[in-house]
Design a protein around this ligand. Structure first.
Ligand code: V3L
Length: 86
């Protein structure tokens, strides 16, 4: 976003940035003060808990990932939605 911040989910040893569309949706829910939202990401519905800042696949709650809103310049950024950057 134009404030230099973006949305990230946790991976191994770093953070992946959410894809552009999902990032926009997260920003909208965040700005509206919503506690959580459900978003379709890569064919699966995820519950995004904006209070505890975790995401979980709705039909498989076993794997939780931490999420954060942080500067897009942060060190440890792995890429965007699974696409690696060097
Ligand atoms: N956006 C895109 N893909 C996602 C997302 C998301 N928000 N959440 C999960 N997946 P789970 P390393 C990730 C993918 O949590 O090496 C990365 O994008 C997730 O992809 O059980 O571990 C990488 O592509 C995983 O493939 O729902 O850091 C990949 O992991 C799958 O959904 C490896 O990253 C199941 O995750």
């Amino acid at each position: 976003f134009d404030d230099g911040y973006g949305w990230f989910y946790g991976g191994v040893n770093g953070w992946w940035q959410y894809d552009e569309r999902t990032s926009q949706e997260l920003e909208t829910h965040h700005k509206a003060g919503h506690a959580s939202c459900e978003l379709l990401i890569a064919g699966y519905v995820y519950i995004i808990d904006l209070t505890n800042m975790v995401q979980t696949r709705r039909n498989d709650r076993t794997k939780k990932r931490r999420i954060k809103r942080d500067l897009v310049t942060l060190p440890g950024r792995k890429g965007i939605a699974g696409l690696k950057i060097n």
